[in-house]
Design a protein around this ligand. Structure first.
Ligand code: PLP
Length: 376
């Protein structure tokens, strides 16, 4: 039996998602663009999921566009909005702790003539809305700021920042990567003052290969994939009906329990931190008021990969830093003031509402054993 504590990398699809995908593959196998009954049935299934997901963020279904995942949603948001609005205002503001799908995309836009301003946390390791507003100006077309950081669980002040930016610079388009916040915190388009929101299916027990971009009515985003004009021309390519249905089913299941699960995982986090305090050499890198789903720690003197594989040998799966960067250090921990040996020994434990205290006990026991046995 394995103990899966890497839910920020991906989650296990829930039964409802698996059932919905199987049902779509057997019943709704038509192409949603086809004009006959089989096509219509597939289109109705896609639109059902669209409504469920749009409802969950307080949006009209017509504002939700399906993609292959949040990497594509983030690319579409940055490339598509900068293409639409960046002819004259050629500056983009992002946080310095974004996921690679934002950071690398912004870096690519930088090569293509845009200027990118990266806002870092202050010395206290915290982000301030005023710092983003001060980084903005008439020359900025787009601001992108993640809601929950995937490596530490830090919650960025998105709603305050976007509200202030919209007041001072109404022309600036606001985008937030809500991948690690969605179905964990309330993600509502209007409360966040967000024009664009990226979501991913596989972080919410919905399965891989599906995501969505919310685009506020009236906001222009030029497509980055052209072809058969699916998704109203914003994202060409035949829709992945099974994965879209799975995403919708997962959201339908999770949406009513956002608060309940947050409280449950908060209690698990408190339990874990209490148990970890009994092990010498463990320090906590996540902030106290971060998302409880992500707990980043450092195991003094033990390289992340070595500890990760030691834990793996006991059937326990965690991550070193960000799993999406295949073990490469992303620099995000450094932004939060975690550098050198402490960053080299960082481990990310990410839970789901299915995680149990018994699993955390086993993890803590194995970690303590690793601290004793591993040499460097
Ligand atoms: N944004 C954040 C914050 C993430 O954590 C991830 C995945 O780890 C992504 C974007 C990319 O999502 P996807 O795997 O759906 O492309």
């Amino acid at each position: 039996m394995s103990i899966y504590l890497d839910n920020a990398a991906t989650t296990k699809p829930c039964e409802d998602a698996v059932r919905a995908a199987a049902e779509a593959m057997t019943e709704y196998y038509g192409n949603p663009s086809s004009l006959h009954r089989a096509g219509l049935d597939a289109q109705l299934a896609v639109d059902g999921a669209r409504k469920t997901i749009a409802d969950s963020i307080g949006a009209d279904p017509s504002c939700l566009y399906f993609t292959s995942g949040a990497t594509e949603s983030n690319n579409l948001a940055l490339r598509g909005a900068s293409a639409a609005y960046g002819r004259k205002s050629k500056r983009i503001v992002i946080s310095a702790v974004e996921h690679a799908s934002i950071e690398e995309t912004a870096a690519d836009l930088e090569k293509k003539g845009f200027e990118v301003t990266r806002v870092s946390p202050r010395e206290d390791g915290r982000f301030y809305a005023a710092d983003f507003v001060n980084a903005c100006g008439e020359d900025v077309c787009l601001v992108s700021m993640m809601y929950v950081n995937n490596e530490t669980g830090y919650i960025l002040p998105v709603s305050d920042t976007f509200a202030m930016i919209k007041r001072k610079f109404p022309h600036i388009i606001t985008h937030t990567d809500c991948v690690q916040a969605y179905m964990k915190l309330a993600v509502k388009a209007s409360a966040l003052s967000a024009d664009l929101i990226s979501l991913s299916g596989h972080k919410v027990h919905g399965g891989k290969g599906v995501g969505a971009l919310y685009i506020k009515k009236g906001v222009r985003v030029l497509p980055i994939i052209t072809g058969g004009r699916q998704e109203k021309g914003i994202r060409s390519g035949t829709e992945s009906v099974p994965m879209i249905c799975a995403f919708g089913a997962a959201v339908e299941k999770l949406a009513p329990t956002v608060k309940e699960r947050w409280d449950k995982v908060s209690a698990l986090r408190a339990y874990l931190l209490d148990r970890l305090s009994g092990i010498d050499g463990i320090s906590v890198n996540s902030p106290d008021d971060g998302s409880p789903y992500v707990v980043n720690i450092s195991a003094e003197g033990k390289r992340s990969e070595i500890m990760l594989h030691f834990l793996e040998s006991k059937g326990i799966y965690v991550s070193s830093g960000s799993a999406c960067s295949k073990g490469q250090q992303s620099g995000v921990l450094g932004q939060f003031g975690i550098t050198g040996k402490r960053a080299d020994s960082a481990l990310r434990i990410s839970m789901s509402a299915e995680t149990t205290e018994a699993e955390l006990d086993e993890f803590v026991t194995a970690l303590a054993e690793g601290m004793e046995k591993i040499r460097g």
